[in-house]
Design a protein around this ligand. Structure first.
Ligand code: SF4
Length: 78
């Protein structure tokens, strides 16, 4: 996918890709830090809460899939 206002693939980043993915061409770095984190258990992503109460997003790829751009904006508008 071409970099644009809704997609940015930062292949030069030393952590790229920072989550496991089967489609590296579709890996969107636009939401490098997930803007939905503060929504707690309402983010819609694949998270778990650790015993110490920290929200662990290790297995979540939601903000990094190019097709989820509108979904992230929708959740932020709520
Ligand atoms: S689970 Fe996914 S969508 Fe939810 S805050 Fe974590 S990275 Fe974002």
């Amino acid at each position: 996918m071409e970099n644009s206002f809704k997609f940015f693939s930062n292949t030069k980043c030393k952590y790229f890709p920072c989550h496991k993915t089967s489609d590296i061409k579709d890996f969107n770095c636009l939401f490098c830090f997930c803007p939905l984190y503060s929504l707690g258990d309402k983010c819609g992503g694949d998270f778990i809460y650790l015993e110490n109460g920290v929200k662990d997003c290790t297995n979540c790829i939601l903000p990094h899939k190019a097709e989820n751009y509108q979904f992230v904006l929708y959740k932020l508008s709520k």
